[in-house]
Structures are given as C-alpha cells and as structure tokens.
Design a protein around this ligand. Structure first.
Ligand code: TYD
Ligand code: MG
Length: 478
C-alpha cells in the first residue's frame, strides 16, 4: 500500500474506489467522486488500517470470535435487547424517539440547523443519563465540546439548573486525546459536540472535511462497539439538508435523529430518520424554554393554541402531510375565493396546472360554483407542494373558503384527486398517518383504498375517515 496512492470517494454515499468513475458505482450519483491523495490507507482498507490509527485505549478485536449458532445467540445476556432507560418526562420523550431507551454501544447522530438546540438537548440527555435514576444510581458521562469552552457550557448548565455531580465537561477537538481521557472515567455515555470540529491525527484534510468526518466517525463507532459505551454525535446540517455535506455519516452510525424547528417558534421536533434498534416512525415534540427543552406531552394543544389565536382566519385553511425523503412534514394550505375578482387564479407553492385541475374537478364533480370566483392558493411558510398527496387539502381549503365554513381544528387531509372526483391513495400512507396521529390530530381524511394500510398502525385518539370521492369528503367535513 503506497502512501501516495490516490483514492476517489463519492461525496454522497462514501463509496471509495481506486479509480475515478463519472457515475458512482454504489449510489449512481453523477460526478460525485472526489479525489483524495493522502491518508489513503485510512480510506481504503477499513478495519485493517484503522488498527494503525486507533491506539492502545481500544481493546483489540477478540481473535477467538467464532460463528455462533442462531439458536444459541439469544441465550445468556442479550445485549441488543437491553436498553438504558431515560427517566422523567423529557427522558421518556427522548427514549421513545430512540426506540425505547439507549442501547449500549450504539452510535447516535443528532443533526440539525445551527442554533436549533442540539447542544441544549444533548446537555440535558447527558445530565439524566449521569443521574441515572432508573439505572441504579449516578455514573460518569462525558460531554466533549469542540465549539464552546467548559465555562460557557457550565453557564448554560446553570441556567438550565443542571447540577449533576457525575457530568464531566471537556473541551477538545482531538479524537485520540478525547478517547484517552475516557479511559480514566468509567463512562456510561459520551457526547461529542460536534463531529465537524473533531479531527484524527494522521488523517489529511481539515476538521469538518469529508475524510476527517468519516474517519473520526468510524473510530468512534469502533470505540462504542468495543466498550459498549453509547456515543452521541452532534452534526450540523448544511443548507442542502445533508449532514457535513456528504451522506457518509448516516451510513456509519446506528441511529440518526434530526432536530427541527422554526426560528420564530419555540417548538422543536426530534425525528428518527434511521434506527438500527427501533422504528423510524417516532417523533418527539419539545418546547424550548428559559431552562432548556421541555417535553410537550400533548402536542394537539400546541396546534390548538396556534390556530385558536387567529380563529377569524380559519376559513380556507387545510392541513396535509408531505414527504421529504423519509421524513413527513405537516404543511398548511390556504385558499381564498373572491366573488367577482379581477384576478381569476393566483397560486403560490402549488403547481398551477394541478390547482387548475382541482378547481375544475370541484366545479364539475362536486358542483361548486367556482366559475365566477377568483381563487388564490398559498402554501404557508413558503414550502412548495410537489406531491399529489396534497390535492385533497387543496380542495378542502377551497371548499372551506368558498362556503365560508372554517374547518374544525385538528383535522388533516391526505389524498390525490382524480379527474372523476375520486380520491386516490398516495405512497407512504402509513408514515403520513403516523405523523398525524403522533401530533395529536383529532381527525384524518384519507382515501378509501388506503384503509388497508392502517391495520398495523396504532391510531391513538385520532379518528380516521376514509372517503371514496370529493362529494363524500364534503358531506362528512362540511
Ligand atoms: P444550542 O443548543 O446552542 O443550539 P445548537 O447546538 O443546535 O447550535 O441552542 C441555541 C438556542 O437555544 C439559543 O438561541 C438559545 C436557546 N436556548 C433557550 O432558549 N433556552 C435555554 O435554556 C438554552 C440553553 C438555550
Ligand atoms: Mg451547539
């Protein structure tokens, strides 16, 4: 293995190859293979070479490991079933998103925009894990920050009234140094804030670059697996919505959680995007307060309060669920029908052709006299609706404005509309309905043909109403 050998790494999926390809052989990304000419050995040959990078603090892989019979695997201690419970309301909410607690030796990545509250969240998690109310008393947890000094973190902890004895703070960006320090403490968990600020000696590139991020994460993964200490990584999301630019990280870690929230709202959502130990349907709802994040146990209240404050404007407002990758988002669609308006149609965030089609179907199939009306459509907060799943909500918003009948609070619409006025099913119905249920919506209107996808879902208190066509929907809702 020559040291000056060149390697090409896909910036999207992390696939590496000895030669350049115009199209990545793994993810088919076009022109994503980037060249790396130094530190090759770390990138090319996985475990063998990582052994050189990692030092004494890593226990070496047992040479006596042998294949095990399936029937023998679950005898004795089953580590994958054992979870570290997180206590309190906040802990329960986080634990639910993690799939029922913290799995020993798991590597968890928490992504989100800068300033959304990732450091706050992790400081709180570190504190409850260190206190260990449900785990037989306190044990050390190390919170490492490459972004803030320990005084800054200390001040924040004071404001959040965290005074846990076993919570250790350490400011460092050198992964080897960090892992050496963990040896002297018998840790229950480790937090790294953030993966973009740490680096590994002997690997080229600056901290936050593709090869550093990838190598550091792989070393931390090995550390977690060998010591059984759960490790949390914080990752900043770039504008395009990817962690650290490359998608590399998501493939390496066990669990990926995203923290989301609007700048103007105090609500924060914690969403599971990948989970090797549980379902990705979980959604945690929190509120950012003066003293840190608080779990919102009844999310429907959060929507009620937001909507009731401007109840006069409720007519013409309908909610639907759109998918972004594996993530489901609730969006609000506004419609305004004005009789005798000089502007006939104005749409914002909805495809003009689609809107025109829905309006025509409402006229023809549902008998709405929209011909003499100007119709304005808008998707709240500037999101654009590119899916047909929002058709039903567009139709409901138009009906609501035309009939001047405000839609009841806590109702969501999912479905595509056909030319005959029929309501059709859309992909990922279960995921969408699940989000509606988790957010405490009272009612969800879905296509009749999608009823079969409900069988495996826990619907909680949400009433699901299946409709065949627009007429049925209008009769039920209005
Ligand atoms: P932070 O956790 O630093 O965000 P990130 O690590 O994702 O960049 O939190 C940033 C915001 O949270 C900051 O604007 C202040 C606010 N905040 C509160 O409102 N209450 C609190 O108790 C704390 C600690 C922060
Ligand atoms: Mg931070």
């Amino acid at each position: 293995k020559g040291k000056s050998k060149t390697v090409w790494v896909c910036s999207d999926c992390g696939y590496d190859d000895g030669q350049w390809w115009g199209i990545c052989k793994q993810c088919n990304g076009v022109n994503t293979m980037k060249r790396f000419s130094e530190g090759v050995e770390h990138l090319t040959s996985g475990f063998e070479v990582l052994e050189n990078v990692t030092r004494s603090w890593l226990p070496h892989q047992s040479v006596r490991a042998m294949p095990t019979k399936l029937t023998d695997v679950n005898k004795g201690i089953n580590q994958s079933n054992w979870r570290i419970p997180l206590s309190g309301l906040f802990g329960a909410e986080v634990g639910r998103v993690l799939g029922g607690g913290l799995v020993p030796g798991c590597l968890v990545l928490i992504g989100g925009d800068p300033g959304v509250g990732k450091s706050t969240l992790l400081l709180q998690i570190a504190a409850i894990v260190a206190e260990g109310c449900d785990m037989g008393g306190p044990a050390p947890v190390l919170y490492v920050s490459g972004e803030e000094s320990i005084e800054q973190i200390g001040n924040r902890a004071d404001r959040m009234r965290i005074g846990t004895d076993e919570l250790f703070l350490y400011a460092s960006t050198d992964v080897e140094d960090i892992l050496e320090k963990t040896q002297t403490l018998s840790l229950r968990a480790l937090v790294i804030d953030s993966i973009q600020t740490v680096y590994l000696r002997g690997v080229t590139g600056s901290a936050g670059g593709l090869s550093q991020v990838k190598e550091c994460t792989e070393v931390l993964l090995r550390f977690a697996k060998k010591t059984n200490i759960p490790v949390f990584l914080i990752g900043h999301v770039t504008k395009s919505g990817e962690i650290a630019g490359p998608r590399v990280l998501e493939h390496i870690v066990d669990v990926v959680l995203y923290m989301e929230g609007e700048k103007c709202s105090s609500h924060r959502l914690l969403r599971s995007v990948k989970n090797r130990f549980g379902s990705t349907d979980e959604l945690g709802v929190f509120e950012m307060s003066q003293s840190g994040l608080q779990a919102v146990s009844n999310p429907s209240e959060m929507f009620l309060s937001e909507q009731q404050s401007d109840s006069e404007f409720l007519a013409g407002l309908a909610v639907t669920v759109i998918m972004d990758g594996s993530r489901a988002f609730l969006i609000e669609i506004q419609a305004l029908c004005v009789a005798g308006s000089s502007v006939s149609r104005q749409v914002n965030g909805v495809q003009a052709g689609r809107a025109e089609m829905i309006i025509s179907v409402l006229i023809k199939q549902a008998g709405l006299k929209l011909q003499e009306n100007g119709v304005f459509l808008n998707v709240v907060s500037g999101v654009s609706l590119s899916e047909t799943a929002g058709d039903l909500a567009v139709a409901a918003a138009i009906c609501s404005s035309f009939l001047e009948f405000p839609l009841p609070v806590g109702i969501a619409f999912i479905g595509e509309i056909g030319l005959g006025g029929e309501i059709r099913t859309v992909p990922r119905m279960d995921k969408r309905i699940n989000t509606v249920v988790k957010l405490g919506y009272k009612k969800c209107i879905i296509p009749k043909s999608a009823e079969t996808s409900l069988s495996a879902l826990d619907l909680g208190d949400t009433e699901i109403v299946a409709c065949r066509n627009l007429k049925e929907m209008i009769n039920i809702v209005f």
